[in-house]
Design a protein around this ligand. Sequence first.
Ligand code: CP
Length: 290
Amino acid sequence: MRGLITLKSLSTSKIIELIKYAEKLKKGFRISYPGKKVATLFFENSTRTHYSFQCALMNLGINIIDLNASTSSVNKGESLYDTVKTFEALGMDGVVIRHQKDQYYKELENINIPIFNAGDGKEDHPTQSLLDLMTIHEEFGKFEGLKCCIIGDIAHSRVAHGNVEIMKRLGMDVYISGPKEFDDGCAKWIPMDEAIKTMDVVMLLRIQFERLSLPMEITKEEYHRQFGLTMDKVMQMKENAIIMHPAPVNRGLEIADDVVECSKSRIFKQMTNGVYARMAVISDTLDGNL
Ligand code: CP
């Protein structure tokens, strides 16, 4: 399957190459693909990924067709495969897909155009991982030896599941923290107060309420008190440590309002970098390398 389904199938050197290509694009390198057409198919809500992919496509001079899932024939029972096959028949050069189903792409093995995975269920979000890594690389100029703790709803997070393996492969020490009920064992769990004081990267996650099978027993106020990143906790972080969050953020829940845009936060920089990371992936694919 061409395009990008998961970073896990790429070599470490290829991931570094894509990060460096994204950084080159951010510095102003331009390439365009006139006449190319890519469809964006979002079956699950999105702000950043949806419109960041569209910005990336515009910057590459690529025409965009956007599926409105709520008015499409999906509502008449059309399968994901037949929907994507339709866009292939319409002459698309690729499709960007976000879907609530884990590994939805397994249904698309007979699709012959590149697929860009914009998030599948709780499994993976490869362009989010790439923009996260780009942001870390821009900040520290390396990965080897950096310590990152991902804090929050790990169990339901495609961001955590996409990032942990790749960060480890790049030589980072990766930990998880937050409520024990969200510990799915994807990395070593450590207490939050230890994480705050020792990490280079504190990566927060929102609670994925839409994926919880049972309501949370803890109140939002108690969650914020115990696991939210508040300014008093930020004051305990290492001098050069940074705060990341894939967003959307829930201000006052996993992160305090005044922390979202504090000097250690790279949350909006991550969004900016997402455009360049996605440009790199699309360009490399249309050049025949992915
Ligand atoms: N980070 C992220 O995937 O955000 P959206 O759900 O808004 O695309």
